[in-house]
Design a protein around this ligand. Sequence first.
Ligand code: ADP
Length: 181
Amino acid sequence: MKEFMNGRVTVKIGDITKENVDAIVNAANSGLMGGGGVDGAIHRAGGPKILEECKRLRQEQYPEGLNTGRAVSTTAGKLPAKYVIHTVGPVWQGGKFNEEKLLANCYRNSLHVANEKGCISIAFPAISTGVFRFPKELAASVASKSVKEFLKRYDSIKSIIFVFFSSADENIFISKNEFDK
Ligand code: ADP
């Protein structure tokens, strides 16, 4: 566990579904119908309410799916959090398809949605670094820069937690983040 930005950012190892925060972010896919990885874990732990709301959003607001980089909130079912913010990370395709910008958008747009919902605390997984194969070192730099920019502009959110599934992933983030730059 490590803190940055005067304690406003915490980096830790854990299962994001257990985080006691106002909002947890889901690394969703554009269909919003659930999936593997952290998406599967969130739906399993949170129960069917979250998927019902995702399906309704799909029908009513995003018939074509949620675009990459965008974020949308639902309730959090049985989870300790109040909201799940679903964001669609980019699939890594070698780096020439705007992947870095799109990943930064995920963090920024999720924070804006959290702000609109009045959230004070939010937890992020390492978006796109699983099945979507975004390089973890680069993701650390992109995620930390995006969050840092937000924290410089807004003071409403008091606590942002980066939750990693393994100590290896946490270590990569701690060595490659740009909070102190
Ligand atoms: P993506 O499709 O965006 O790559 P994944 O869910 O495959 O999303 O992976 C994103 C990251 O989430 C990976 O680093 C994976 O190890 C991590 N992860 C998986 N389950 C959890 C969980 N329960 N809590 C926190 N992180 C998780």
